[in-house]
Design a protein around this ligand. Structure first.
Ligand code: PXP
Length: 248
C-alpha cells in the first residue's frame, strides 16, 4: 500500500446512539462496522464512554470478535477503562478527555498538566501492545507533552476548524486550518504519527486530508448521518473519494 495513502477510520458510536434511543437491538453497531469495513474503512473507532450513552461493553466484546480491520478504542484515562482495554488489547487506544455533561468530546486532552499521571497510565497499555494515541488540540505544548509521555500517535482535534466553517466564519476556519497544518508538521518532526478528526464532513475533509503528515482521519457523526440519505456504503465511498482526491 502506498505510503501516501490516508487511512479512514469510521466511528460507529452514533449507530449505537440511535439504537439506544429505543433501548432495543436495532440498528446494530456491529453490522455497521462490518459494512463500513466492506465499504473501505481501514479501521473502526468506538468510544466507550463512562456513562455508556452509546457504545456498550457488549459492543466492544462483539467488535473484538468480528472485525478484521483494527479497532481504535477511544476511552477516558480512568482505571475502569484501562482494565477494559487491557482485557481486550485492541490495536489502538485513543485517550480522550471526557465530561459527563458534554454532548461530544469538546476539546483535546490536557496532557501538559497531567504529564506524570498520563505517562503512568499509558505505560501498561503500551506494554500490552496497544498503539497509544492522544487526542489533543493543535497546540505545541500539548504535542511536546504527548511525545514526552511516550505516545506513538497524536490525533489532532479538528472540531474548532469544522465549527468555524459550519458557522460561515471562513477567516477563523482558515486560521484553525493553518494551526492544524503547522502542528501536523511539528508532531511529525518529533517522530509522532499524526491522525486527525472530529466534525469532519464532505465540505471540510479535503484541506485536512491534504496535509502530507496526516496518516489517518477518524470520522463518525457526519458519515452516520449521511448514511440515512445515501446508505452507508456510498456515504463512506464518497468520503474515501474526497480523501484520495485531496491526496492527489
Ligand atoms: N476522533 C476522536 C478522538 C473523537 O472523540 C471523535 C468523536 O467521538 C471523532 C474522532 C469523530 O468525530 P465525529 O463523530 O464528529 O466525526
Amino acid at each position: 500500500m502506498s505510503e501516501n495513502r490516508l487511512r479512514l477510520g469510521v466511528n460507529i458510536d452514533h449507530v449505537a446512539t440511535v439504537r439506544n434511543a429505543r433501548g432495543g437491538v436495532y440498528p446494530d453497531p456491529l453490522r455497521a462496522a462490518t459494512l463500513a469495513e466492506q465499504a473501505g474503512a481501514d479501521g473502526i473507532t468506538a468510544h466507550l464512554r463512562e456513562d455508556r450513552r452509546h457504545i456498550s461493553d457488549a459492543d466492544i466484546d462483539g467488535l473484538m470478535e468480528v472485525l478484521s480491520v483494527p479497532l481504535n478504542f477511544e476511552m477516558a484515562a480512568t482505571p475502569e477503562m484501562q482494565q477494559i482495554a487491557l482485557r481486550h488489547k485492541p490495536h489502538a487506544v485513543c485517550i480522550v478527555p471526557e465530561k459527563r455533561e458534554e454532548r461530544t468530546t469538546e476539546g483535546g486532552l490536557e496532557v501538559a498538566r497531567e504529564e506524570n499521571k498520563l505517562a503512568h497510565f499509558i505505560a501498561p497499555l503500551r506494554d500490552a501492545g496497544c498503539r497509544v494515541s492522544i487526542f489533543i488540540a493543535a497546540d505545541r505544548r500539548q504535542i511536546e507533552a504527548a511525545h514526552r509521555i511516550g505516545a506513538e500517535v497524536i490525533e489532532l482535534h479538528t472540531g474548532a476548524y469544522c465549527d468555524a466553517h459550519a458557522e460561515g466564519k471562513l477567516d477563523e476556519a482558515a486560521q484553525e486550518l493553518e494551526g492544524l497544518r503547522d502542528m501536523s508538521a511539528f508532531a511529525h518532526s518529533l517522530g509522532l504519527e499524526v491522525h486527525a478528526g472530529h466534525g469532519l464532513t464532505y465540505d471540510t475533509v479535503k484541506p485536512v486530508a491534504a496535509f502530507p503528515e496526516v496518516r489517518e482521519l477518524n470520522i463518525g457523526h457526519f458519515l452516520i448521518g449521511e448514511s440515512i440519505f445515501l446508505g452507508m456504503t456510498p456515504a463512506i465511498q464518497e468520503m474515501r473519494r474526497l480523501m484520495d482526491e485531496a491526496r492527489g
